[in-house]
Design a protein around this ligand. Structure first.
Ligand code: GLU
Length: 434
């Protein structure tokens, strides 16, 4: 009875893999199992104290705000993107929402057309399109192409059915692989998007976590057709605050208006105290720049250290460039893993959790073929507040070496060590004569 009443597009759906692994790991911990969490990708760092103070100061704000978002916040966001990304933004074309995930969903409800998703990709883009019944075209990339969209593949897809309305999602620095796009790659994609009139949803939620602090938006090269998506979750350590934003170009104001109508019929407006606090976050300044510089230097060092260790254990993977993810591919160990009955990434992730207690996600959850031996690691399991304090006591020019990481990011270093020891054991067996 219940089953038949479910919307066909929702039938058979499960909670998103990122959220599910976290809840599963927490349930195991409650049962007393020693689980090392590298599953959910959330910032380990605290919200900067000036932003927390702003939230306290505005806790009494209780009225519904404008659907589009607090005017002062939209102005501050416009100034911020102008200053930081060199793109000109009209505050009237900024839309604030309760997390960029919700805004992406409303965009899919409002937009008519095909969703184009390069893979590997974040777990929720495609399920959102499925819920609203839109066609999805995955454009697979490969390790050899640094998991980046190959512009020629995008062009080939457009030529199959010219003139079809399309929405391309680009995420850089990227979840799940921690790599970003070069200016050259962005220019090339922009050229194709312009030629075929593709709308680009540029998911730049990790932009401020480019490890070198040199993020460049595709909106610089394709301003008329790019919607920039960002928020507070990753760079400001405020995932649970749920504040996201979209920036529209004037040509796409019709989409903003449609989304505004949908927002007014669903969540009404975003939490008022959080919007006031977000004004402080986007005002930036020395305290925030310092916080970001230290957060980046810790993430860069930990990502690099973990990537090197994983390579020694037999994985192939690129050095991380941003965010806090690694996407190792254990293809070089396929024969050995198959001998253990492991046929794909899901088996691999389950066996690792069972046998090492390390919780991570299979590449399959990120749109990769099930037989591929890729995993996503979120290297965020450490006390970010303590690590920041320790980092702030050191000059930024000094590397956060192994001793720093072992001391201040211990839980992640230990989890990577256990994971690699498991693969090392598999390789030792391989090296034994038959
Ligand atoms: N984006 C984060 C992740 O990939 C967590 C939040 C989410 O997926 O909604 O783990």
């Amino acid at each position: 009875m219940e089953h038949v009443s479910l919307n066909l597009n929702v039938r058979g759906m499960h909670p998103s893999a990122t959220v599910a692994i976290n809840e599963h790991a927490n349930a195991l911990i409650r049962q007393g199992r020693p689980v090392r969490k590298l599953g959910l990708g959330q910032s380990p760092f605290p919200v900067p104290s000036c932003v927390v103070d702003a939230l306290k100061l505005h806790a009494h704000e209780k009225d519904y705000l404008e659907v589009r978002g607090l005017r002062r916040l939209r102005e501050t966001v416009a100034a911020y993107f102008h200053r930081n990304e060199g793109i000109s933004v009209d505050p009237d074309l900024v839309l604030i929402g309760p997390g960029s995930k919700e805004l992406m969903f409303l965009l899919q409800v409002a937009f008519y057309g095909e969703l184009v998703v390069p893979t590997p990709c974040w777990v929720s883009y495609a399920p959102q399109a499925r819920i609203v019944g839109h066609p999805i075209r995955f454009v697979p990339s490969s390790f050899e192409h640094r998991w980046r969209l190959v512009p020629e593949d995008l062009e080939a897809l457009c030529l199959q059915d010219e003139g079809r309305p399309r929405l391309l999602v680009l995420n850089y620095p990227s979840n799940p692989d921690g790599l970003t796009c070069s200016e050259e790659e962005l220019r090339r994609i922009a050229e194709i998007a312009r030629k075929h009139e593709i709308i680009v949803l540029s998911d730049e939620i990790y932009g401020k976590l480019d490890h070198r602090g040199r993020h460049v938006s595709i909106a610089r090269f394709y301003p008329e057709g790019t919607i920039v998506s960002s928020g507070l979750s990753k760079w400001c350590g405020a995932g649970g605050w749920r504040l996201g934003l979209f920036i529209f170009p004037p040509r796409l104001s019709w989409l903003l208006q449609a989304m505004e109508a949908l927002a007014s019929e669903t969540y009404t407006s975003t939490s008022a105290p959080i919007q006031y606090a977000a004004v402080r976050a986007f005002q930036g300044g020395q305290e925030i720049e310092r916080y970001l510089a230290h957060a980046r230097s810790i993430l860069a060092a930990l990502g690099q250290h973990s990537a090197e260790r994983l390579r020694r254990a037999g994985a192939r993977l690129h050095d991380p460039e941003g965010a806090f993810y690694l996407f190792p591919d254990f293809e070089p160990l396929r024969d050995r893993l198959e001998a253990f009955g492991i046929e794909g990434s899901r088996d691999l992730a389950i066996r690792i959790l069972d046998e090492t207690g390390v919780a991570l996600l299979p590449g399959e959850a990120f749109g990769r073929p099930p037989e591929e031996l890729t995993l996503r690691i979120a290297y965020v399991n450490f006390d970010g507040a303590a690590a920041l304090t320790a980092s702030e006591a050191m000059p930024l020019t000094e590397p956060r070496g192994e001793a720093f990481l072992r001391h201040h990011c211990y839980r992640t270093v230990d989890a990577i060590e256990r994971l690699c020891a498991w693969f090392d054991a598999a390789r030792i067996v391989e090296d034994l004569p038959d």
